[in-house]
Design a protein around this ligand. Structure first.
Ligand SMILES: Cc1ncc(COP(=O)(O)O)c(C=O)c1O
Length: 458
């Protein structure tokens, strides 16, 4: 093994295809249902919101899907992203583990989100769409779509969860720099936003509410479609460039992961790093332990129910079978805004049900503690969301120390925290609290799950 710190590949090594896990699953994922008929939805049901090329990817069972040339050309701006060996962190932890991280913070927006934003903007542009609406929690996704809109000449309108809008004014400025419009959600601009404000004038907002607002606008205008930053199959698909590159880079390092760790909000960066390795395992390759890490204040994978639910709070989307806290669940305003979503990607939920992955939940102060330790060893300041993966990886490395085992740990450092320094300042000032979700609110939200018994009993 070499003593390298960074494993870098030339632009020519950017993957030419995305990897579709559905092709290798032992059991196909459950269908997405029309909320009215409770029958599996068809392409026409989704056509008001998405171009046909993305709908085709959503339901594809093909293993490899070609990345269009213009998308790869934009990827070249920052891909291939570096794979690091965290040698100084290993030393600080006194662990025999080999810790690797894939760093997605080198993208223009500072995270993995442009991997799908660029693809979605491209396909919409090809279909003649002029405007895109979307939601954003942390602001990473809104910035990414704003950037992609600028590249492909699309107008972009972003509904930003109000608590993040207030916490992160510079994210809003970044979206505006790329030419997008950013609106605090809930807003008075949509009938759903007005109904939330009428009931809760000081609402913090949530991703579920912001999705409803963006979907409402897209569904009501001919020239406008909707783009989602996570959860859907095609979004997870676009993120698989991360894992594919990591595989080639680990090859250069002459290593292979024993454990892979990723944080999960809607599941896209986790899927991006994990699916290519999981696919190889399912095709008879090496076994990998896979760990999803989520916030204890919004624990869909560890405390949610595996059930059919809406993707948004306003109940406008189709029904997907996923781990959910209930679409009316309102998470506390903790600092990892990108992880404040009531549900989990149906594909990630499905592989959790199949026992192919583990999940654990952490409180935010322990994640910031891990993030600060990481920054002091490696120099990179992680996004608050990414701190969950850092904490998961550090715990795995400590376990290696305790067991005297030298395992290879790979995690996804999915974004930097340069726009999140207020959160770090709050952490240092002792102002961060560990908010638990409210058990009563969770029971109420779960009691409100749509009834899809006839279908789920099959
Ligand atoms: C840096 C970062 N990481 C993770 C997430 C969570 O999304 P996902 O689970 O889809 O990767 C977000 C979402 O906004 C994010 O900005």
């Amino acid at each position: 093994m070499t003593e390298s710190i960074k494993y870098q590949l030339d632009e020519s090594r950017i993957p030419t295809t995305w990897y579709n896990l559905v092709a290798d699953l032992p059991v196909p994922p459950p269908p997405v249902l029309h909320p009215g008929t409770l029958q599996p939805i068809g392409p026409d049901d989704l056509a008001p919101l998405f171009p046909m090329s993305l709908i085709a990817q959503e339901v594809s069972t093909e293993r490899e899907i070609e990345i269009p040339g213009p998308v790869r050309d934009v990827y070249r701006q920052w891909r291939v992203t570096p794979l690091y060996r965290a040698r100084r962190l290993e030393q600080a932890l006194q662990t025999p583990a080999r810790i690797y991280y894939k760093y997605e913070g080198v993208s223009p927006a500072g995270s993995h989100k442009p991997n799908t934003a660029v693809a979605q903007a491209f396909y919409n542009r090809e279909a003649g769409v002029r405007r895109l609406t979307t939601e954003t929690g942390a602001g990473q996704w809104g910035s990414s779509l704003a950037f992609a809109g600028a590249v492909f000449g699309l107008e972009v309108e972003v509904f930003m969860v109000r608590v993040s809008y207030n916490q992160k004014p510079y994210r809003r400025a970044l979206m505006e720099t790329y030419g997008a419009r950013c609106i605090a959600s809930p807003s008075a601009q949509t009938s759903y936003g007005r109904s939330v404000l009428a009931q809760t004038p000081d609402s913090n907002g949530s991703l579920g509410i912001a999705i409803s607002e963006a979907v409402e606008v897209a569904a009501s205008r001919e020239d406008t479609k909707y783009a989602l930053g996570s959860v859907l199959n095609h979004v997870l698909l676009h993120q698989t460039v991360i894992g594919k590159e990591a595989m080639a880079q680990l090859d250069e390092a002459d290593d292979y992961p024993d454990v892979i760790v990723g944080c999960t909000g809607g599941g896209s960066n986790f899927a991006g790093i994990v699916f290519p390795f999981l696919g190889a395992q399912l095709r008879g390759g090496r076994q990998v332990r896979i760990v999803a890490v989520e916030p204890a204040a919004c624990p869909s994978l560890t405390r949610g129910r595996y059930a059919y639910d809406f993707g948004d709070t306003g109940r406008m989307t189709p029904l997907a079978r996923m781990h959910t806290l209930g679409s009316s669940f309102m998470p506390a305003g903790f600092h990892a805004g990108g992880l404040r979503y009531h549900g989990m990607a149906p594909l990630v939920s499905h592989i959790k049900e199949l026992g192919l992955i583990e999940a654990r939940a952490y409180h935010q102060t322990q994640c910031f503690e891990a993030g600060v330790q990481f920054a002091r060893s490696e120099g990179i300041v992680p996004a608050p969301e990414a701190n969950h993966a850092v904490k998961g990886a550090i715990d795995e490395a400590i376990r290696c120390r305790e067991e005297g085992a030298s395992r290879a740990i790979l995690f996804n450092l999915c974004g930097h925290g340069h726009f999140d320094m207020q959160a770090y300042a709050d952490y240092f000032a002792g102002r961060l609290t560990d908010q638990d979700y409210d058990e009563r609110e969770l029971s109420m939200a779960l009691a409100g799950l749509p009834s899809v018994e006839a279908v789920t009993r099959k």
